[in-house]
Write a protein that binds this ligand. Structure first.
Ligand SMILES: [Zn+2]
Ligand SMILES: [Zn+2]
Length: 380
């Protein structure tokens, strides 16, 4: 079945050449791959071109009006390289006009000399105390800044940009090639002006025409309380100034928290280890714990087991968002004495006896393993 070329362009069968042309331009602008990267739009664009090719050609349009399809194989259309050299790309010049400087164009043209700058990133090492409670940290930033000699214009004092003679200010050069598909017009950036359409006959001596210079700046960045390792703080427009003095990008300060001697951090909670002698764990005791910003007295209950944890509420890192703080977990290492003198050993043995706990005397029985062996061999 023949394709509905009128329907594709959205015109009636009685449409004039002018109406067809207008309808085609309108659709081509909407679906041109340069403005509409959607793959479906590309298909649509091909269809539009085919419809225009057919309906703008009296002979092909006649075939359509008679119910045929001039583009169908054997449909009677002019093949590639046929009469007039008109192939599937008839009408390409119209698109070029529409897009590259024609009456309705303006989508391309010379590229602006002034462009936005890039973002920059900086690593900032902080101590736990600083990430927890915030700090005003001095930083040194090495970025492009506006050239003050020319205020970003790139031209030497009293001079101006000149229109590029190679491209006439369009920033691109068109070339027309005759191929077996017909006439193909292509545009590429002008190499003389790098596509700007203008040249700088007398560049600014400070920035050599770039409109910006590299420099080191000192800034103070306010780090809020509760930031975490890996977080980034954005400083708007403190990044690289763009070419031609374009708006600066943003500066991101990435937080790196140095490991702490005492506390390890998990989110907003802190963890630390405290050693407690066996006797204190058995009898109970009172400990003074140094927290991040204070000292706390906590009771260790009598009979505390190794591996026990004390939780000090709201003694961790302040929450970045909202109020409150994480907790501090104190992990108790219960230490067994490693060296006992004779008196201490006797006291412990008497203690064990009163509790009915059997304690072998290793020195007299040849050690734990010989006792195990005796047990297996049936000796007492
Ligand atoms: Zn040029
Ligand atoms: Zn300059």
């Amino acid at each position: 079945m023949a394709r509905d070329y009128y329907g594709i362009l959205g015109v009636g069968r009685e449409a004039s050449d002018d109406e067809i042309k207008r309808a085609y331009r309108k659709l081509a602008r909407q679906f041109h791959p340069d403005v509409n990267p959607d793959p479906e739009a590309q298909e649509k664009f091909k269809e539009i071109n085919a419809a225009y090719e057919v309906l703008s050609d009296d002979r092909k349009r006649q075939i359509v009006d008679l119910g045929g399809d001039p583009l169908a194989p054997g449909g009677g259309g002019a093949g590639p390289g046929g009469p007039g050299g008109a192939g599937p790309f008839v009408g390409f010049q119209d698109i070029m006009d529409a897009f590259f400087g024609g009456a309705a164009g303006g989508a391309r043209g010379p590229r602006p000399r002034t462009r936005p700058g890039a973002d920059a990133i900086l690593r900032l090492e902080l101590d736990l105390h600083e990430t927890a409670f915030g700090v005003e940290a001095p930083i040194t930033v090495d970025t492009a800044v506006l050239c003050t000699t020319c205020s970003g214009a790139g031209t030497a004092a009293g001079t101006h940009l000149a229109t590029c003679e190679a491209c006439g200010g369009r920033g691109e050069v068109q070339s027309v090639q005759r191929t077996f598909l017909g006439q193909v017009v292509s545009a590429r950036p002008c190499t003389v002006c790098q596509g700007y359409g203008t040249t700088i006959p007398h560049p600014c001596p400070t920035c050599a025409g770039d409109g910006r210079v590299r420099t080191r700046r000192s800034l103070t960045v306010k780090i809020p309380a509760g930031v975490e390792d890996g977080m980034r703080i954005r400083l708007a427009q403190q990044g690289e100034v763009g070419p031609g003095g374009g708006t600066a990008g943003d500066l991101y300060v990435e937080i790196h928290e140095r490991p702490h001697d005492v506390y390890s951090r998990k989110g907003d909670d802190l963890h630390c280890r405290v050693t407690v002698p066996m006797t204190a764990a058995a009898l109970g005791t009172r400990l003074t714990i140094k927290t991040l910003d204070s000292e706390e007295t906590v009771d260790v209950k009598a009979g505390t087991q190794p591996g026990s944890t004390l939780r000090l509420r709201a003694r961790g890192v302040p929450h970045l968002r909202g109020t409150g703080r994480g907790d501090l977990y104190v992990h108790l290492d219960v230490r067994t004495p490693t060296k006992l003198d004779a008196d201490q050993e006797k006291m412990l043995r008497d203690f064990a006896k009163t509790r009915g706990e059997e304690v072998a005397e290793l020195s007299k029985q040849g050690g734990f393993f010989s006792r195990m062996r005796d047990a297996f061999n049936g000796h007492p």
